[in-house]
Design a protein around this ligand. Structure first.
Ligand SMILES: Cc1ncc(COP(=O)(O)O)c(C=O)c1O
Length: 457
């Protein structure tokens, strides 16, 4: 097997990946019948090497808000490379970082006037933990059950789902969880005045597209202020106009003390993350000349990430993608609700902006309930994965179920998705849901998958 070429053939590339990276991931994709090779990704469309056209309704988990390989972001990156400017020296003032920070703070508003750059969302959450402790002098961290904050140890410690945590302990001490949306529980915990920060997603995305009430979020902020706890929003999936406004915080009229950003920040082409914070928090960490670099990260302010960030903001603003996504998202939910009405396994279509969840439920009719429960016993995600697989294989639609709630299908195409593409998606999910309720094909497919899963364990 040749390993010297940078463009190995697809089969060889898969073998190399299996051997040197992660064979389990390859097996999982095989089981799901989703192990295809892509050779061109533009806007919402992905083209496979065997000539299929797939529509991306996952956006790499809300990375590709501007669409895949947006021409303006690509040319900004090419120009940056061609300019042979300093990519990263760690011994200078990176000019693009200042410009990007200024624009992010201006768009975020409120008390967010300083930025720390990172290279991922998890790294942003780690930053929040350190800065909140430094600022408040408290060690406790409070977060909400069902959330997803990342897979580094600190971020994991703020999550409830054992799947992600088991075997990786001990987690950070002094972390506690509250039920998302329960203001009384939050109030009681905050009253202990032990918590440096309450870290929460404004909309729980992987938790099943859970949208809190405006009162809950506003009261949560108010209670945090009253008890000296920082109110921190993890907007790794919800920011950059995914929900309409620049931040989901703006939907609820919130003014958080810190916000974590990543994913769509750099247009899906360069890893990037950021934590926006108040001046007071910044001052608690970088409190003196001696502490100028007390918290930093090698690649965080690198020129390509910063350039991609600036170009992504230009695209979001110039193409008015927030307004567009919000309008089209409402339309998508209207069409989905209409198409999926009357199917007993569809519990709800909900969402905000271009972020939609279709929640399914156990069927009432015995004929459907028996196979449904049998497959749920094999693996709780089985039902959702058959749905995802069917959408992909039969209709060329790439979607995912939520990571912490397998009964919710996440629908999050790039904000540039066209009406025609939305129609194609609605027709596709309509056909799969109809099949699911007809018994037969959907469940025998599930049986096939169950056999493959059991064969792979
Ligand atoms: C809400 C949220 N926070 C944090 C993270 C972690 O981000 P990353 O994978 O870039 O570390 C994710 C990743 O999916 C996320 O959805």
């Amino acid at each position: 097997m040749a390993t010297s070429s940078s463009s190995v053939r697809t089969d060889d590339a898969i073998k190399l990946y299996e051997r040197f990276v992660n064979p389990q991931w390859v097996r999982l994709l095989d089981v799901l019948r989703m192990n295809v090779s892509y050779d061109r990704c533009v806007g919402c469309e992905l083209r496979t090497t065997d000539g299929r056209r797939i529509l991306d309704f996952n956006s790499g988990y809300c990375v590709h808000n501007a669409g895949h390989n947006h021409p303006r972001i690509r040319s900004a990156l090419k120009a940056e490379l061609d300019g042979e400017r300093p990519a990263m020296l760690q011994s200078n003032v990176p000019d693009l970082a200042g410009e990007l920070a200024a624009r992010l703070c201006e768009r975020a508003g409120g008390r967010l006037t300083k930025a720390f750059f990172a290279s991922s969302g998890s790294e942003g959450v780690e930053t929040v933990i350190k800065f909140a402790r430094a600022h408040t002098g408290r060690t406790g961290m409070l977060s909400a059950r069902g959330s997803f904050h990342g897979l580094t140890c600190g971020a994991l410690s703020l999550m409830s789902d054992g799947f992600w945590k088991d075997g990786f302990g001990p987690m950070l001490p002094d972390t506690e969880l509250v039920a998302f949306g329960d203001i009384d529980e939050l109030s009681a915990r905050l009253a202990s005045r032990r918590f440096a920060a309450f870290v929460v997603e404004p909309i729980q995305v992987e938790g099943g597209l859970k949208i809190p009430t405006r009162e809950y979020m506003r009261q949560a902020q108010e209670l945090c202020r009253r008890h000296g706890t920082l109110f921190v929003l993890d907007e790794v999936q919800t920011a950059f106009c995914r929900c309409g406004p620049f931040l989901a915080a703006h939907i609820f009229g919130l003014e958080p003390d810190m916000v974590v950003l990543a994913k769509a920040l750099s247009g899906g082409l360069v890893p990037a993350g950021a934590v926006l914070m108040s001046q007071a928090i910044f001052d608690s960490v970088y409190s003196s000349f001696r502490r100028a670099i007390v918290h930093t990260s090698t690649y965080s302010e690198n020129a390509l990430a910063m350039r991609a960030g600036l170009a992504s903001l230009d695209v979001l603003e110039d193409e008015r993608l927030g307004e567009r996504g919000a309008r089209m998202g409402d339309e998508l939910r209207r069409r989905l609700s209409e198409r999926l009405a009357g199917f007993e396994m569809v519990r709800e279509v909900r969402g905000v902006g271009m972020l939609t969840g279709v929640e399914f439920q156990s069927p009432r009719r015995l004929r459907l309930r028996v196979p449904f429960e049998a497959f749920a016993r094999i693996h709780p995600a089985m039902f959702g994965q058959v749905l995802v697989m069917r959408l992909f294989r039969d209709h060329g639609m790439l979607t995912q179920i939520c990571g912490n709630d397998f009964m919710v299908l996440k629908v999050a195409p790039p904000l540039i998705v066209s009406e025609e593409q939305l129609d194609q998606f609605v027709a596709a999910i309509g056909a799969v849901v109809k099949l699911m309720h007809g018994g037969g094909g959907f469940w025998s497919e599930a049986l096939g998958m169950a056999r493959r899963v059991i064969g792979s364990i």
